[in-house]
Structures are given as C-alpha cells and as structure tokens.
Design a protein around this ligand. Structure first.
Ligand code: DX5
Ligand code: ZN
Length: 227
C-alpha cells in the first residue's frame, strides 16, 4: 500500500516545512496536482514550484496533470523532477502519443479516469501504463466529498489487472480519509492520495499510520493469505 499526501492541501505560506512534514510522515509518494484553469475550473501550480520543492525530499513525485494540453508540460515537469506523470483518459485520441512521450522522457505513466467517465475508455491502454487513477471526486478542488458510485470502477480495474496479468498500480484520489480508505482497499485500490485528511492534521505521521492500518486491514490479498 502506498500513501500519497497531496500538496494541494498544504499551507503554501510555509511550503518548505510542509514538504518536510510529508517527508517525515512515513508516506512514500508526494502527489502534485497540476490544474490549468481549462480542463478543470481551478489553477494550482506549475513546473517552477515542483522544481523548487524537488531538492527538499526524495519522495516519489506523482504528478497529476489536470490539463487540456499536457503535451506542452511533459518536458518541463520531467526536468522539474517528476517521477510519474498522470494524464486523463478524457483527452481521447491524444492519449496514445502522450503515453509514448512520457515513456520517452523516462518517466512512469499514469492514466486518470474522472467520475462520470466510463472505465472502459481506459481498457485499450492497460498494458502500457504503470498506474490507473480512478478519481473519486470531480477534479479541481481539494476537500470534496467522496463519490461512492466510483467503487465499482475500482473493482473492475482490479479484476482486469488480475485476469489479464497487468501490473499497474490502482490509485484513488479525492475524499480519501479514514472513513473511505477501507472501502477502496477492499475493492482493490493500493495507492491512496489524500490532501485534506493528511495535511490538515497536526500530526501527519500519526494520520498516515492510521490510514495505512485501515488500508492494510482491508487488503483483499491479505485476506486470501488467511484462508
Ligand atoms: C482533486 C485532486 C486531488 C485533491 C484531493 O482535484 O486531484 O488530488 O488534492 O484532495 P482531498 O484529499 O482533500 O479530497
Ligand atoms: Zn490529484
């Protein structure tokens, strides 16, 4: 199980301290939400900020591109220190060349699916990606309520993975906290993005440990072992 605090929920007036807090929290990944004011109705931050944060931690940088034209951003984010770049399946025919481009840059490839989007749209790409992100809120803002209707999509993505021998990680993002992480883990999610539930806690280390404990307790592969 991987826990990925989302920097979007950090206190930006003390960003260095916030990154250090995440670094020492026991979480493996740092999730970086990039919003362009077009693909989503909000703007966050760009490659310059990611590049400034990069030397502060060795955490894996999981860059989530909620952007209409990610093509122009791949190289800048690769240079800024992204380890993985996630593009959205809603971009349609642009997806295949974007996957190639990310691979050419030597980075891991993620593919995200918004709540109203049919998970079947991701099917043609499953053999080529390192991570499938099932969004559990409509992207654009932190602090929204988890959409339970997304759970069957996670289950489907996990079934495809097991039946067809794929190796992509299965990530969830949006409204993830102690009340929702268990049900996501139970249907196959193994990578958990959480902004509000982790950065808005005084003790992030304790919050990560608690979240991990709930995720582990609901890990279906662990249940198999017990049989
Ligand atoms: C939503 C972003 C999320 C966001 C999650 O557009 O993709 O990564 O930061 O925030 P919480 O955990 O507060 O729902
Ligand atoms: Zn995100």
């Amino acid at each position: 199980m991987i826990i990925a605090p989302s920097l979007l929920a950090a206190d930006f007036t003390r960003l260095t301290k916030e990154v250090e807090r995440a670094d020492k929290s026991g979480a493996e990944w740092l999730h970086l939400d990039i919003m362009d004011g077009h693909f989503v109705p909000n703007i966050s931050f760009g490659p310059a900020l990611v590049g400034q944060v990069r030397p502060l931690t060795k955490m894996f940088f999981d860059v989530h591109l909620m952007c209409s034209r990610p093509k122009i951003l791949l190289e800048p984010f690769a240079r800024a220190g992204a380890d993985e770049m996630i593009i959205h399946v809603e971009l349609g025919e642009a997806v295949t060349p974007l996957i190639w481009e990310i691979k050419k840059l030597g980075k891991k490839v993620g593919l995200a699916v918004n709540p109203p989007t049919n998970i079947a749209l991701a099917e043609p790409y499953l053999a080529e990606i390192d991570l499938l992100l099932v969004m559990t809120v409509n992207p654009g803002f932190g602090g929204q309520e988890f959409i339970h209707e997304c759970l069957p999509k996670i289950q489907q993505a996990d079934e495809w993975r097991r039946e067809r021998g794929h190796s992509y990680r299965l990530e969830v993002d949006g409204g993830i906290g102690n009340a929702t992480v268990g049900e996501c883990a139970r249907v196959g999610a193994d990578t958990f993005v959480a902004g509000t539930a982790l950065f808005r806690q005084r003790n992030m280390k304790a919050a990560v440990a608690k979240m991990r404990k709930i995720a582990d307790a609901n890990d279906p592969s662990f249940a198999d072992l017990k049989v």
